[in-house]
Design a protein around this ligand. Sequence first.
Ligand SMILES: Nc1ncnc2c1ncn2[C@@H]1O[C@H](COP(=O)(O)OP(=O)(O)OP(=O)(O)O)[C@@H](O)[C@H]1O
Length: 501
Amino acid sequence: MTHPVNDGVILALDGIVKRFGAAVALDGASLAVRRGTLHAVLGENGAGKTTLMRIAFGMLPPDAGTIRLDGVARRLASPADAIAAGIGMVHQHFTVVPAMTVAENVALGGRGRYDARAAADRVREVGARAGLALDPDARAGDLSVAGQQRLEIVKALARDARLLILDEPAAVLGPAEARELLTWLRGYVDAGATAVLITHKLRDALAFADDVTVLRRGRTVATARAAATDETALTRHMLGAADGTDDAALATVGAGPAAHHDAAPTAGPVRAAARDLRYVDARGVTVVRDATFELRAGELVGVVGVEGSGQRELLRLLAGRLAPTAGTLTRPARVGFVPEDRHRDALLLDGSLVENVALRGAGARRGLVPWTALGRRTTTLLERFDVRAGPAGATLPARALSGGNQQKLVVARELAGDETGTPELVVAENPTRGLDVRATAAVLARLRDARAAGAAVIVYSSDLDEVLALADRVLVVYDGHVRPAPAEREAVGRAMLGVFD
Ligand SMILES: Nc1ncnc2c1ncn2[C@@H]1O[C@H](COP(=O)(O)OP(=O)(O)OP(=O)(O)O)[C@@H](O)[C@H]1O
């Protein structure tokens, strides 16, 4: 028996429980999204944010609890049910089909016969209404990451979503694009829509959202108007410091990255050296132009550059994933690589955590795989790097880890090295993407540990401030040229745009 209550709440989740075998992902979580608001959902990696939203989108059935839409209890048996009820979701990992056009992607999953012209018109109409310009005839795979995300949003809106759920949309974007997206989202909600935004950035939540809800270990621990709370209170809720269990962790997070910027390292022997290094890609475009530099043991070098400047290829050359077209590149035998796209480049999603750890050094192994030793090693890594794998531990499939915990696993594997020893060179690309405040602080500390242990560490981050706080020196990549960055922040920003004073 349900009584419709029109209290302005469009989506109400109550007492939601979700178990995966022995693991409890949600333990009575609740969420009330008011119509016409932007609602931010916060919480540590593995807190249950994605699981809760998948339940709201009909992707997973809850074990207990109720879902109400406009006050009416609903059973959402599939995403199709959720879409029919006016819910749209933009996932952390996109679902666009790269080989298809924008219009075809938008029409995909729709009913009836495919009509190219109608599909293109629909893209234009929805795009114009929402302020998201997209060329209907462009191939989805040719769009930038921000463009693919716009396509995901348009896809949801084309199905008449009145409640849009976005799972960490900013995590795949650079700072400027992330700002643009949040500004768009705010305007979209101001025009009468409703949206739920999963984010790790407390500042974004406070600046852009109307309401915030904090999940911790599968429970809702706080919900408030953004205007009535602040970063300190939210951090406390997220980390559980309010109950006194995690004050030490909170202190570490509060200290921020700059606080660790102490002991000036003394750079040791050369670990990697590039001389006139050139890389020409498959299209024949020169993306790295005659770069000459050295990376030494015990130094942490930051790389900055606007999207598409060649830094991506530079890091892959150093990691040994691309071969130089010309020039020389000397690399050590043991290199740790943390790529940006963990799903594509770093994990076997259907493999267990042990199998994923075993990937490292797999090429050099001979004879029987030492599974018992690898199992022990994985368990130790999970503990040391605080990867939350639940009761299944090392046997859990990588797919079942939360996004942030997948990232922590990759960092653990690549930094800890293998049977032959720890890496002499660490190459990391946006290593803190999708990580919560505590995990971010932990990963940055691990990169410093690698430096202290004598590795040369090179880190690209699209967050300039993160690089400046972390690195001993910085290289700027602009149009394939690799140059030392000027000392001042403003000058670094200019150099990224090709202006060297
Ligand atoms: N299919 C599954 N099998 C087993 N455990 C799962 C599965 N899906 C999720 N979990 C577990 O549920 C918990 C919550 O995961 P969820 O992805 O919802 O977290 P999250 O808050 O979105 O984290 P993040 O910020 O890292 O993305 C995690 O401990 C995760 O390992």
